[in-house]
Design a protein around this ligand. Structure first.
Ligand SMILES: Cc1cc2nc3c(=O)[nH]c(=O)nc-3n(C[C@H](O)[C@H](O)[C@H](O)COP(=O)(O)O)c2cc1C
Length: 231
C-alpha cells in the first residue's frame, strides 16, 4: 500500500520528449508578447490540447485576500486578454476593488506555462455581445445569478436554471444584467518552456510605458523589453 505522497511522487508532470526552447538572440523573438502567445497557443492546439483557452484568473479583494479560479479566454486583441463573467461575483467585486490581476495558462501537451500580469478594465458592452453568442444552456446558466452564494439544495438551482432556459429561449437578445467582459492589459507576460534533457527556458516581456507614451501600456504598440529569466 503506497502513501498518497508516494503516489504523487510517481506521477509524471509533463510528457517526455519535449523539444525545449533554445533562445540564441532575444531580438529574433516576436516584438510583442501577443504574437508569441498566439503562436504558442496554435502549436498547443495542434499538439491535441484539451481546453488550452482555460486559464487561472487570480485577483485580490483589495484587503490582501487572494482568490484564483478558472475562466475561459474569450479573445486576444492589441489591448489585451479578454474574459467574461458576472460583475456581481466575487471575481467581479475583486476586480472593482483592485483591478490588478494575473492570468496563468498551463499547457501540458507542449510543456508550457504563460503568465500575464496587468490591469483589468470592465467592458459591459462587450459582455453583452459575448452573452448573446453563448449557447442557450450557457445563457441560462449566466442568467441564474447569485454566483458563489450559499445554495440550500441543488433542486433550487435546477429549478432556477430551467426557468432561465425558458426565458433565454424566448428572447435571443436577452443579456444577463451583470454579465460583463474584462480586458486585462498586460504589464508583464512570461513564457516558460520545459525541454526534456535541456532544462527550462523563461522569457519575460515587460513594459513600463506610462499612459500617453509611445503606444498605450500593454498593447502591441508598446515598446516591450524582452529578457531571459533564471528558471
Ligand atoms: C473549465 C472552466 C471554465 C470556466 N469558465 C468560466 C468563465 O469563463 N467565466 C466565469 O465567470 N466562470 C467560469 N468558470 C467558473 C469559475 O471557475 C468560478 O467557479 C466562478 O466564476 C465563480 O468564481 P468567483 O466566486 O471567484 O467569482 C469556469 C470553470 C471551469 C472549471
Amino acid at each position: 500500500m503506497t502513501t498518497f505522497r508516494e503516489r504523487l511522487r510517481a506521477l509524471p508532470v509533463l510528457p517526455d520528449g519535449l523539444p525545449g526552447w533554445e533562445v540564441d538572440d532575444l531580438a529574433n523573438l516576436p516584438a510583442t508578447p501577443h504574437e508569441l502567445f498566439e503562436s504558442w497557443f496554435d502549436e498547443t492546439v495542434a499538439a491535441g490540447a484539451t481546453g488550452p483557452h482555460a486559464m487561472t484568473l487570480s485577483t485580490s479583494d483589495g484587503r490582501g485576500e487572494v482568490r484564483a479560479r478558472t475562466v475561459i479566454l474569450k479573445d486576444l486583441t492589441a489591448g489585451g486578454w479578454w474574459f467574461a463573467g458576472h460583475s456581481t461575483s466575487p471575481k467581479g467585486r475583486d476586480l472593482t476593488a483592485d483591478p490588478r490581476a494575473a492570468l496563468t495558462f498551463l499547457w501540458r501537451e507542449t510543456g508550457r506555462q504563460v503568465r500575464v500580469i496587468g490591469t483589468a478594465t470592465s467592458h459591459p458592452d462587450a459582455g453583452g455581445a459575448d452573452f448573446r453568442a453563448r449557447p442557450d444552456a450557457s445563457r441560462a446558466a449566466g442568467l441564474v445569478d447569485h454566483q458563489s452564494e450559499v445554495l440550500d439544495d441543488l433542486a433550487q438551482h435546477r429549478a432556477a436554471w430551467a426557468d432561465a432556459l425558458d426565458t433565454v429561449r424566448a428572447d435571443p437578445e436577452l443579456v444577463a444584467p451583470a454579465w460583463t467582459a474584462w480586458r486585462l492589459a498586460p504589464r508583464e507576460v512570461e513564457f516558460w518552456q520545459s525541454g526534456t534533457g535541456t532544462g527550462q527556458t523563461r522569457v519575460r516581456y515587460r513594459t513600463d510605458a506610462p499612459a500617453g507614451a509611445t503606444g498605450a501600456p500593454g498593447t502591441t504598440d508598446t515598446p516591450w523589453t524582452k529578457e531571459l529569466l533564471w528558471p
